[in-house]
Design a protein around this ligand. Structure first.
Ligand code: SF4
Length: 397
């Protein structure tokens, strides 16, 4: 069945998709592939008391026990997004394209722009979100690699986000009528499946994520919390602008945390990169209004995440019970990044191999075809008034 949230933008329509996933698992013709978002691990770690090192193997083991054939790490798609989005950003800087560039990885933010502020669409990165990049990559690259038909692959993303359910159902992400992501489970739905299947945490055998998207970077892990996308982009942009491999000063702590707007200016061999990180849509409105009024906002790259604090506060997670729950969820991601073998998206060997084998180079023709998209003004599509009123952001939760 379906139940619907009270979200006035209809961006958070909540469709329960557990049944679809169970039917696919029980269908011997289907190869069921899951990929798990970084923020889900922070919750798993806190819920089951597993350490941050154990959270990823626990997740992979749980999904295998539920019957998934392959389990990939969503973080891989975060790395792919950073390589595509930072390449686009550097190209805008060099070719004097539309600036500032806004990130596009949060579908709640994208819905908000399309419905409330379509005039700033040219400022949005054309990159698909990590979820849709992963779906397109699995349905095209992985299918080819394994000799599978697209229709025999059933791709499930496991995320803390309700807006991603709406995103996966958009018609542009179903080329030839076959969806790139067949179902989206929230963290809560996945925990419900575990309960319904009567799986005890002690029965879960830790497993590794599967090839060929196994290796991930700490930068990609940071995507789960506010500031993570910008931090990962800076780790690549600074390296490309200076031509030097970044070995220290990888941490941009000033843009982490729970404030509504954080900023940082980084000097990369004389080129200043001015970054703003916004979480909670009401905090994006003053910046957007300034841009629309022709005011220089003083930023080159702006990350916007709809949920305050980023995906660790996504509505598909159980509601935090303790005051410091969100801080602890964020710390799990920071800790994983710190001990990661690779801490920059652009040095992830599996990403480099994917470009060598399949996409060619970042922002290539094929990358544009499968990893980029376009946005459409959607005034009048829902209950949002086309007349904007300042301070009325629907995601001010
Ligand atoms: Fe979804 Fe919220 Fe994360 Fe945006 S910030 S992708 S709406 S969980």
């Amino acid at each position: 069945g379906q139940c619907v949230t009270a979200c006035p933008c209809a961006a958070l329509d909540y469709r329960r998709e557990r049944g679809k996933v169970v039917r696919a698992i029980n269908n011997p013709k289907k190869t069921v592939v899951g990929f798990v978002a970084p923020a889900v691990r922070s919750l798993i770690s806190n819920t089951f008391g597993v350490s941050h090192e154990e959270a990823s193997p626990f997740m992979a083991g749980l999904l295998k026990k539920l019957g998934f054939d392959k389990v990939f790490d969503f973080t891989f798609a975060a790395d792919l997004t950073i390589v595509e989005e930072t390449t686009e950003f550097l190209s805008r800087v060099q070719n004097k394209g539309v600036m500032p560039q806004f990130t596009s990885c949060c579908p709640g933010w994208i819905n908000f722009v399309e419905k409330r502020y379509p005039e700033i669409i040219p400022h949005l990165s054309t990159c698909k979100s990590p979820q849709m990049m992963m779906g397109a990559t699995v349905k095209n690259h992985y299918a080819k690699l394994m000799g599978l038909n697209k229709e025999d692959l059933f791709v499930v993303s496991i995320v803390p986000c309700l807006a991603k359910k709406y995103e996966a159902a958009r018609p542009e992400f179903a080329p030839d009528g076959i969806r790139d992501v067949d179902a989206v489970l929230t963290t809560t739905e996945m925990l419900e499946m575990m309960e319904l299947a009567d799986i005890k945490p002690s029965e879960i055998e830790p497993q590794e994520f599967d090839e060929p998207y196994k290796q991930v970077s700490g930068a990609g892990i940071l995507f789960g919390a506010s500031g993570g996308v910008a931090e990962a982009a800076l780790r690549m942009a600074v390296e490309k602008l200076t031509g030097n491999v970044l070995t220290d000063h990888l941490d941009f702590e000033e843009i982490r945390g729970f404030e509504g707007v954080k900023e940082s200016t980084v000097d990369a061999n004389g080129t200043k990169v001015r970054v703003a990180v916004v979480s909670g849509l009401k905090n994006a409105e003053p910046i957007i209004e300034k841009i629309l009024n022709g005011v220089d906002v003083g930023y080159d790259l702006i990350e916007v995440m709809a949920c305050p604090g980023g995906c660790i506060c996504g509505a598909g997670h159980p509601v935090p019970e303790k005051v410091d729950s969100l801080e602890r969820r964020q710390q799990v991601l920071v800790n994983i990044d710190k001990v990661s073998k690779y801490r920059k998206s652009q040095e992830n060997p599996d990403i480099l191999r994917l470009y060598n084998e399949f996409y060619g180079e970042p922002n290539s023709h094929l990358a544009h075809e499968l990893l980029h998209t376009h946005y459409t003004p959607k005034h009048g599509d829902n209950t949002c008034s086309p007349e904007r009123k300042k301070g009325t952001a629907a995601f001010d939760v």
